[in-house]
Write a protein that binds this ligand. Structure first.
Ligand SMILES: Cc1cc2nc3c(=O)[nH]c(=O)nc-3n(C[C@H](O)[C@H](O)[C@H](O)COP(=O)(O)OP(=O)(O)OC[C@H]3O[C@@H](n4cnc5c(N)ncnc54)[C@H](O)[C@@H]3O)c2cc1C
Length: 445
């Protein structure tokens, strides 16, 4: 059905990529309606359920991302999981363009024996728990947890190490759900080991995040200077990449610092890979093997918690091609491509398009590119057989309990009020039942 008064677009996923795309498409003035479908009740994707609670400034980007919903053309449908509550096909029938920006959720595996033992978890699971993702299992930290091992050499590994190592009372004024703060307060954790397969020059830490580790109160940072030794290839890395230069410099400074006797420690270990997770009924430690012959240091780290922070991975969506190796949807200029052809009217943006790299802002030029492809295709787009109103009717019939933008504001106001009671940031509501109660939705039978 052609609607004369402008075209229609659906965006699946209200993370940074989806919401930057919303802004780009609104800017064109070509659309009478742009609807955003989001699986969780609340918007903002990993800005809410990834960015660490002790980084409120970064989480504040949500305010910028929300701006699109001030336009009358944009609508929000929260708590709608595409592929379950509504299918991709149903959306394709009803919108001129459908853009998928569902990001990545799962963790890559280490592929070593023992990694399924209780006490071994993926970073995405731990992060989802401590940021209050409503679908995340509520984690019970191992009893007598005194030591944790975090495997990975990127910012997610740093986030996890920092959140675990910092004095838990400093998390009280953050957005972290209270049950999580209490669980961390009750845990006797005092040592966190960061294990990286390669050297400091190859680590993917960004400078501010790395430097922050050295500024934590009551935490000593332990670095073995022998592991900072650089081979010719590492030297090249340091010469050519500013980030590598800073990482090596900062770690070098820390390796010379005397320990202060602080109650908690973060240890960096390079050139090691886990080969086995030890324990019969739960994790008791991690066996490490050197990845360079001259690496000394412990071959076994006793620990009760192992966190794999070696990369996020996407999940397939019914009706879309999917590259299982990279966890991304194949595309050309943002147009989804199957082995045979372009999937007409379907686009992909954000992590699901590029893979899990870059900062929040990287999704902006990505979305701009995809918006340009959408706009270029509109004149030749086949007419749709349905309309956005049909989708809304389907959701109502299916009793999906979807949230509007006004509902989100109600939830936001409640979270703000909860935060004020603790003298801090809005506290994330981490369960659907409370969300529905707060927005005044009667409980379902
Ligand atoms: C732990 C962690 C910390 C980070 N910290 C920072 C930081 O401090 N600074 C920074 O710049 N970057 C940070 N990043 C990176 C940043 O979060 C990403 O670049 C960005 O969120 C990717 O955007 P996206 O929209 O592609 O995906 P996402 O943010 O993951 O958004 C995808 C959205 O799609 C929704 N969705 C998924 N499946 C469906 C479905 N079937 N139907 C409907 N909706 C669906 C999800 O619920 C989600 O809301 C961090 C990433 C992680 C993992």
């Amino acid at each position: 059905m052609e609607h004369g008064n402008g075209r229609t677009a659906a965006i699946i996923g209200a993370g940074p990529a989806g919401l930057y795309l919303l802004a780009e498409l609104l800017e064109t003035g070509a659309f009478r309606r742009i609807d955003v479908y989001e699986a969780t009740p609340a918007p903002f994707g990993l800005v809410r359920y990834g960015v660490a609670p002790d980084h409120p400034k970064t989480r504040g980007i949500a305010r910028v991302l929300a701006a699109g919903f001030e336009s009358t053309e944009a609508r929000y449908f929260g708590n709608v999981y595409v592929g379950r509550d509504i299918s991709l096909e149903e959306l394709r029938r009803s919108y001129d363009a459908v853009a998928v920006s569902t990001g990545m959720r799962g963790d890559r595996d280490l592929g070593v024996p023992g990694e399924d033992l209780p006490g071994s978890i993926g970073a995405s699971e731990l992060v989802a728990w401590y940021t209050g993702h409503p679908d995340a299992p509520k984690i019970t930290l191992p009893e007598n947890l005194d030591t944790a091992v975090v495997v990975g050499a990127g910012n997610v590994a740093l986030d996890v190490a920092r959140i675990l190592a910092r004095e838990p009372d400093t998390l009280i004024p953050t957005s972290m759900p209270r049950a999580v703060v209490e669980a961390l307060q009750a845990s006797p954790l005092h040592d966190v080991h960061l294990v990286a397969r390669r050297g400091p020059a190859q680590a993917k830490f960004t400078s501010p995040e790395l430097r922050e580790i050295g500024k934590l109160d009551d935490v000593d940072v332990v670095v073995d200077p022998a592991e900072l030794h650089l081979e010719a290839e590492d030297e090249t890395e340091v010469e050519t990449r500013r980030q590598a230069r800073t990482t090596v410099k900062v770690l070098g400074e820390w390796s010379e610092r005397a320990r202060t006797g602080a109650p908690r420690r973060i240890h960096f270990h390079f050139w090691r890979r886990p080969v086995r997770v030890t324990g019969d009924t739960s994790v008791t430690g991690v066996e490490l093997a050197p990845t360079r012959p001259d690496t000394a240091g412990p071959a076994h780290l006793p620990a009760q918690l192992l966190v794999r922070a070696i990369g996020y991975h996407g999940t397939a969506i019914a009706g879309l091609p999917f590259d299982a190796d990279s966890g991304t949807v194949p595309s050309a200029d943002g147009r989804v491509v199957t082995r045979e052809a372009v999937l007409a009217g379907v686009y992909v943006t954000g992590w699901l398009r590029r893979g899990p790299s870059g900062v929040i802002g990287t999704n902006r030029p990505d979305a701009a590119e995809v918006a340009a492809s959408i706009l270029a295709d509109l004149p030749t787009a086949a007419p749709t057989s349905g309309s956005p109103e049909d989708v809304e009717a389907l959701l109502t019939t299916r009793e999906t309990n979807h949230l509007s933008w006004d509902d989100w504001h109600r939830l936001e106001a409640y979270e703000t009020e909860q935060g004020q009671q603790h003298g801090g940031d809005p506290i994330v509501v981490d369960d659907l039942e409370t969300v529905l109660r707060v927005i005044g939705r009667p409980p379902q039978d």
